[in-house]
Design a protein. Structure first.
Length: 128
């Protein structure tokens, strides 16, 4: 994921701003909120990539999981980044945002147990 995000950031910086205007990147990050969300997500992914080795897991101990739980923040920020970045609302960013919400909801234990209970009830009704 960090590879794609780095390629995405690099292509924006080079293709949109141009090699001669890379100094604009800081100004762009401040004036365009979707870029701020994107760079925050990228920094989090970079931290997760650097701490994903077994030696870093041992060094961080219980803090490793706390750090890696920030992936859920990335899962929230990136669809918002995408939605805010498009000039015309199209179905694709909405689909990605909906999928992110669904996946996060499925990770949440209470919602997952509710989902399972409803599924069992539906299965029982269909069995009758």
């Amino acid at each position: 994921m960090i590879n794609w995000a780095t390629l995405h950031l690099t292509s924006y910086a080079l293709l949109e701003l141009g090699v001669n205007n890379l100094a604009l990147l800081g100004k762009e990050l401040i004036t365009r909120p979707y870029l701020t969300l994107g760079i925050i997500s990228w920094v989090i992914l970079l931290a997760l990539a650097f701490t994903s080795t077994q030696s870093m897991q041992r060094k961080l101990g219980k803090h490793w999981q706390q750090l890696h739980n920030f992936v859920y923040l990335v899962a929230i920020l990136t669809p918002i980044h995408y939605l805010w970045s498009v000039k015309i609302i199209s179905p694709q960013p909405l689909i990605y945002a909906g999928l992110a919400v669904l996946l996060l909801a499925l990770r949440y234990k209470k919602l997952l147990s509710l989902f399972n209970r409803l599924r069992k009830q539906a299965h029982n009704k269909l069995s009758l």
